[in-house]
Ligand binder design. Structure first.
Ligand code: V0V
Length: 155
């Protein structure tokens, strides 16, 4: 027979479920006015290696990933002025636009965060860098930080 105490112990909190699901800082995203200039700066100045480039029409971004150990910085340029990056650059200027948490399962992570009362920007995950699945927590719910969830594509 379960007592109240037993129930409290066996029902996991959102943190207990999310702990093993969130595994790393996948990347930190920098909004930049010129992606090529930014690539040149970070490769020459910090010796970072460019590992991936693509444009994501849906997100309105051109992006470049530069490796730092197991993590990356993501240089984000605007394809359109009315895109998220275009508006960010216009309102705030260049700088850190997002921090991306790598997750093992974006559906589990998103649902747990919704259950905890946080606003996820998308109903369903969308396609991100290199075929990953992504979603975002609104910055108003994360102390002013735009937190991205990334489930990397299976290789
Ligand atoms: C806006 N705010 C931010 C912010 N953007 N706070 C922190 N970090 C940011 N990046 C604040 C802003 O100062 C306002 O605060 C409030 O949120 C509403 O801002 P807004 O200018 O009206 O902006 P919105 O509502 O038009 O858009 C904000 C959101 C938008 C976050 C909803 O940027 C968005 O949909 N982002 C998700 C998509 C994205 O970022 N895509 C580009 C990366 P006050 O003034 O009200 O206090 S694509 C990507 O990362 C990929 C492909 C990948 O990694 O794979």
């Amino acid at each position: 027979m379960y007592t109240r105490h037993d129930t409290a112990v066996t029902t996991p909190t959102p943190a207990q479920v999310l702990g093993p699901v969130v595994t790393a800082i996948d990347h930190v995203g920098f909004a930049v006015p010129d992606v090529d200039e930014a690539i040149a700066f970070y490769t020459r100045t910090f010796g970072l290696t460019l590992v991936h480039e693509e444009s994501n029409e849906e997100q309105g971004v051109r992006e470049a990933m530069l490796a730092i150990g197991d993590s990356q910085i993501q240089l984000l340029g605007a394809l359109r002025p009315d895109s998220a990056i275009g508006k960010f650059l216009d309102k705030r200027g260049p700088g850190i636009q997002q921090v991306a948490f790598r997750v093992t399962d974006i559906t589990v992570a998103s649902q747990r965060l919704r259950d905890a009362g946080l606003h996820l920007l998308y109903e369903e995950p969308r396609i991100g860098t290199a075929g990953s699945l992504i979603n975002f927590v609104h910055p108003k719910d994360c102390g002013g930080v735009l937190v991205e969830l990334v489930e990397p594509a299976a290789h």
